[in-house]
Design a protein around this ligand. Sequence first.
Ligand code: AMP
Ligand code: GLY
Length: 452
Amino acid sequence: MTAPETSTPTSITTHLATPAPETSPPGPRRVLVIGSGGRENALAWALARCQGVERVWVAPGNGGSDELPGCEPLALVETDGAGLLAAALERRIDLVVVGPEGPLADGLADQLRAGGLAVFGPGADGARLEASKQWAKALMLEAGVPTALHWPATSLEQALAVLNQHPEPLVVKVDGLAAGKGVTVAETQAETLAAVEEVFAGRFGAAGASLVLEERMNGPEVSVFALTDGQGMVLLPPAQDHKRIGEGDTGPNTGGMGAYAPAPLLDAAGLELVRRTVLEPTLAALRARGIDYRGVIYAGLMLTADGPSVIEFNCRFGDPECETLMPLLGPELAAVLLACARGDLSQAPDLTIAPSCSACVIAAAAGYPGEVNRGEAISSTLETSERLQLFHAGSRRDADGVCRTAGGRVLAVVAQADDFDAAFAAAYGGLGQVHFEGLTYRRDIGHQVRRP
Ligand code: AMP
Ligand code: GLY
């Protein structure tokens, strides 16, 4: 099988199987988004625009949370489950959306559900899809989901035995959550060996108590997101991230320096193939293990010569894919996420998806993905509009009212247009209107889809 052919972005159609009945349950009025990144800023922005939503709280949020219409920050951190539960009950929250993987893996969604809240985000059991590479690989194998061949190892000796059998360079992945830093795509066997030794020397703590060695795949990468109530699913348009810091996709991996959607690499037929061969079998395997997965399944795919193959699963939205996708989604989003949380997605309204091209460029602090300076004042003359957004990520608002940098990826500028040339021109134009000392960005985001 060959990689899916490209097509125009507007050919993407993602529908619920069942049309919305007259009696669609109402969407949420009061929403809590948990997290502090660009992803959560974009989620809060999109949810506050939805039909029937009166207020969105973001805990803890970032320097941009209080600028979003209809939103306000809530000074509680992701790890404070008891505080979040109490605050949500006090505010009569109808829907909680948990952004980051760490709290999900630690059981935050379970704790909030046990307190009676409707939560979009899997419990600790489902979050293992991201929190343990070995567990996810075993599930894929069981479900017949296409993915790279792999060999788990729980000791240096085991890993060396695998390397002895495989002289080709392998990909080394620590088993647990490692904030995007736990993967080495080795170019030589010496590099594979060095990465293995580093893991077993304890560089990743408990996350690196075991690892997975994987055969190396080739092909373009694309991210696919399925919103699910554990039974049905709604697919979002595929997005393509740019993980490397340097132009031409060079240098160290980052959390993502920019993205665009819909990625023409995966047309409507390609997306259906992913639904059939990857997402539905994965969901069925989760159910077979007794896991009621309510949230988003993020499939990181490589489009190999043999078809789409899973690089990894995540149990949350991608960042910056989320910032890129949210502006394309219609006002039914809140009702759809609530239906996922309640387990009645078949009753939800159809999610409208704009047939536009969305482009996102990240403004990062100098030195990212290494150590960065924090505390630089952020200024902006950018006027946002229906088709131009500024999302905050690593920023904070200080007591003096000034917004300052507080992390590696600081801002995301996102624009939509009828084609990618215009969308990227608008996003880069917007980026030119924001400033902080040391601002760095990639000039070639979307090089795959726009004219040089
Ligand atoms: P991950 O943290 O699992 O997303 O991996 C980071 C990056 O490593 C991916 O985006 C890929 O570019 C690369 N990668 C991971 N697994 C493989 C593989 N089996 N073959 C080739 N590249 C891979
Ligand atoms: N954009 C990559 C990630 O969120 O993991």
